[in-house]
Design a binder for this molecule. Structure first.
Ligand SMILES: [Cu+2]
Length: 120
């Protein structure tokens, strides 16, 4: 009788540990699938001006445009982003969590456009 009680409590305590391990493993593999793409904003233009990536990837927008300010944003019903004011040298990471085609625009320079196609 005492042995059976012991076995039951062992099983019960092992379950939460297993759940934590599964969560950690899943989180690690998701993070490893994302790739980072770097986009320049030099000369009042996104370089490159178009990108095809996969869902979960990151686009890092770098203000390497001398002493100019930029302000990257996405205003789409499915996905939105706003970097705020980008001081010279500032970097803004956009993690694309939705598939689709999104335009990254600049709030300061209306001609700046980066078309990002996000595949599943
Ligand atoms: Cu700009």
């Amino acid at each position: 009788m005492q042995l059976r009680t012991c076995q039951l409590s062992r099983t019960a305590s092992a379950l939460p540990v297993l759940a934590v391990l599964l969560t950690l493993t899943t989180g690690a593999s998701l993070a490893a699938t994302g790739i980072k793409f770097v986009v320049s904003q030099r000369g009042r233009a996104f370089l490159p001006g178009a990108l095809t990536i996969h869902r979960g990837d990151t686009v890092e927008v770098v203000n390497d445009d001398g002493d100019l300010m930029h302000h990257a944003y996405i205003d789409d019903p499915d996905f939105s982003f706003d970097s705020g004011d980008q001081e010279p040298g500032a970097k803004a990471d956009i993690v694309f969590t939705k598939a689709g085609t999104f335009n990254v625009l600049c709030g300061i320079h209306p001609k700046m456009k980066l078309a990002v196609t996000v595949r599943e």
